[in-house]
Design a protein. Structure first.
Length: 239
């Protein structure tokens, strides 16, 4: 679990967070949502300490894998070599041993990317690149994934595949925190939700309590129609 207390943060003299308290629960897929500029990406950077604040952060996770919205991918590097970087990161070494190569192959098979191992990563589709990133997180031994809009620039089928993969990882003891904008898709994958209204309020609760008209209006400032059909939630903007 992560618990953040007394979070105060300003950017260009504009208040983003004021006395905020935020909790990330274990073995859940938590969705962070809200309007642009509300502080969603900033929150992930605060958790990873890429942005320093004076707030109190209690972190029980052993290893965090953070993926920003627009990561850099080097040219002329294969998918296999991209994943192998995790073994070179903290070690002075010139080659991978047999066990490390097997670990990469096994993870590539798990994310259904083994057949693309020798393809340059720049030639992968958006969905395949995100599968490679999930594989990188798994190889790093992370028990917490922080992903900033992992399904952006992706077609619907691949978006659902990526989210299903991340959802299933919670059964393996991996907690995921995702920034998402599509409320209909988020409603059917998220366990917990954090809605951020810039400088004013943070609403965090489970799915059933989050998807209520008054809650969404408080976050977005517009009206919604919400239908719960057999546990499937559908959200429509009314204006």
């Amino acid at each position: 679990m992560i618990k953040i207390e007394n979070l105060n943060f300003k950017f260009d003299n504009e208040t983003i967070f004021k006395d905020a308290v935020i909790e990330i629960l274990n073995n859940r897929l938590t969705v962070i949502t809200g309007t642009n500029g509300a502080g969603k990406s900033t929150l992930l950077k605060i958790i990873t300490k890429n942005i320093r604040t004076n707030c109190k952060i209690q972190n029980a996770f052993k290893n965090i894998f953070y993926l920003p919205q627009n990561p850099y991918y080097p040219k002329d590097i294969t998918t296999f070599d991209y994943l192998s970087s995790v073994f070179y990161k903290n070690n002075w070494k010139w080659f991978l041993d047999k066990d490390e190569k097997e670990k990469i192959d096994n993870v590539l098979k798990k994310v259904e990317l083994y057949e693309k191992k020798n393809l340059d990563i720049e030639n992968l589709s958006a969905g395949e690149i995100q599968k490679a990133n999930i594989a990188l997180g798994l190889l790093s031994g992370a028990d917490l994934f922080l992903l900033d809009e992992p399904a952006s620039n992706m077609d619907l089928i691949n978006e659902l595949k990526i989210l299903t993969m991340l959802k299933n990882l919670t059964k393996d003891g991996i907690t995921s925190v995702l920034i998402m904008h599509n409320l209909n898709i988020a409603a059917n994958f998220g366990d917990n939700f954090i809605g951020i209204k810039k400088g004013e309020k943070i609403i965090q609760t489970n799915k059933d309590e989050f998807f209520k008209k008054d809650v969404l209006k408080e976050i977005y400032g517009i009206d919604f129609e919400i239908v719960n059909s057999g546990g499937k939630i559908y959200v429509q903007v009314l204006g």
